[in-house]
Design a binder for this molecule. Structure first.
Ligand code: ADP
Length: 454
């Protein structure tokens, strides 16, 4: 979930909670006031009714006098004798007990009841004479108008709360969007920088440099600046050293030839020295190549190339190199043209096939396929070698990265540059390269290149 959505949800939920508390308070207070007024009115009516009651000779209330009572339309009342028998009901049609619990209680009691489908507020008042309990008076008024008021109030509060929440949510969504927009710009620029490996780019400073986002942009730009300086000096160092090493290596190689001509007899030392010089020469060549590729100054002769022909050429050369050690076969080969530098593309194939041959043990198999997939050419090289451990897999295209096992191998193996070179060549051809491998289950390297548009 995005930060923007999380903040919006958080604030809206907080406001929702506050509105719920506030709304419940308003509803509660209004209901209380309405009930209070109604209860007061019921008490007043009960007092008036009791005032009208007179005791007859047999110490019973004479209910006939109540006929003089000017009752409001909304008022219901019932008088019960000491034996809880109904003596008078007003209106006469309503003879159901208004509140059975209140009738039995010895204290005045307010309750809300539903009687014959009417929602009523009932007050039960015990009647007493000097000689003891003399019955019960119940007065009631309809709660319809209070119910309606409560209903309207609840609906209004809910609608208001929902509308407020929606408006508030939209405002928060917009505001967080605005506040986070510079962060999105920072992220996008950082992504572009890593995608294009272009450390020259900087994140544009929008707004003030003193706020949190401004400080972040400034710090990030400073880091980029520092990285650019370091990276450039490293590249310069690499290029200079490779250049410097070339000459002495050529001289040593020449001298070895000279020593041979002069009849130096220790042939074993001579050829071992010569092998090491060749290895160093390859390393220097690779380093120079990478330095050029990384500075963007790798010259590429971009011409139409028949990839299938290049593959067959490399296949023949590498089959000779593999000899009887393993089986190499092309399982599929489509006619494919791409735009690129023939020699460089060949180098990619040599590096990948070279690795497959090198890492696959005797008796293994290397399968090669070249096919069209949509507007791309897909070259896959699958071997039955030891595979690449998961901890090595994300790093194998890095410069000088060699798997743990390869590092432990005797000298004479590569320097961990072959795949970096392949990576750079493919990338500078607008393609991509990926490796899929499981330890003990072989590896597959896949190269994707855009087909030549006809
Ligand atoms: P190296 O000179 O060590 O072969 P690379 O850049 O060509 O350097 O390869 C980097 C690392 O990737 C190797 O050290 C090895 O651990 C691993 N690797 C590359 N290709 C294969 C393969 N076909 N099978 C197993 N491991 C491989």
């Amino acid at each position: 979930m995005s930060l923007r959505l999380r903040l919006t949800l958080l604030f809206t939920t907080l406001l929702g909670g506050m509105l719920l508390i506030f709304g419940s308070l308003v509803y509660g207070v209004v209901s209380l006031v309405l009930y209070y007024q109604l209860d007061n009115h019921l008490s007043a009516s009960a007092t008036q009714l009791i005032d009208l009651l007179r005791l007859n000779t047999s110490n019973e209330y004479d209910v006939r006098l109540l006929a003089n009572f000017q009752s409001s339309e909304n008022l219901f009342y019932q008088v019960y004798g000491p034996g809880q028998d109904l003596q008078l009901a007003h209106p006469g049609s309503m003879d159901a007990v208004l509140d059975p619990v209140g009738r039995a209680s010895g204290e005045p009691l307010f309750t809300s009841q539903v009687v014959e489908g009417r929602h009523l507020r009932v007050l039960s008042v015990p009647l007493r004479t000097e000689r003891g309990p003399a019955g019960m008076l119940q007065v009631a008024e309809s709660l319809t108008s209070i119910d309606a008021a409560q209903n309207v109030l609840a609906r209004t509060l809910i609608i208001l709360a929902v509308v407020t929440l929606v408006i508030f949510g939209i405002i928060i969504w917009q505001m967080t969007g605005q506040a986070l927009a510079p962060l999105a710009a920072v992220t996008e620029t950082a992504r572009q920088i890593s995608r294009a490996a272009d450390l020259q780019r900087r994140i544009p400073m929008r707004g003030s440099a003193n706020d949190e986002v401004g400080s972040l942009v400034e710090a990030f730009n400073k880091t980029l600046e520092r990285m650019e300086v370091l990276f450039n000096s490293q590249k310069r160092f690499l290029t200079d050293v490779s250049h410097e090493l070339r000459t002495p290596l050529t001289v040593i190689k020449g001298n070895i030839g000279l020593l041979r001509q002069q009849g130096v007899t220790d042939e074993e030392s001579l050829s071992s020295t010569e092998q090491e010089v060749d290895r160093l020469t390859r390393l220097v060549g690779d380093l120079l190549f990478l330095a050029q590729a990384e500075t963007g100054s790798m010259p590429l002769a971009m011409l139409p190339v028949e990839l299938d022909t290049v593959l067959l050429e490399v296949f023949q050369q590498m089959s000779m190199l593999a000899g009887d050690k393993l089986v190499m076969k092309i399982t599929e080969i489509d006619q494919i043209q791409v735009k690129g530098d023939r020699d460089r593309l060949k180098q990619v194939l040599v590096n990948l096939l070279g690795n497959a041959i090198q890492y696959t043990p005797a008796g293994g198999e290397v399968r090669i396929a070249l096919r069209k997939v949509g507007s791309q050419a897909q070259l896959s090289i699958t071997d039955t070698g030891p595979g690449i451990p998961p901890e090595d897999l994300p790093h194998i295209f890095e410069r000088f990265y060699r798997g743990e096992k390869s590092r432990r191998r005797s000298q004479g193996s590569g320097f961990g540059l072959g795949l970096s070179i392949a990576f750079w060549i493919v990338r500078n051809h607008g393609g991509s390269i990926e490796a899929d491998s499981r330890e003990g289950a072989g590896s597959t390297f896949c190269v994707w290149l855009p087909l030549l548009a006809v």
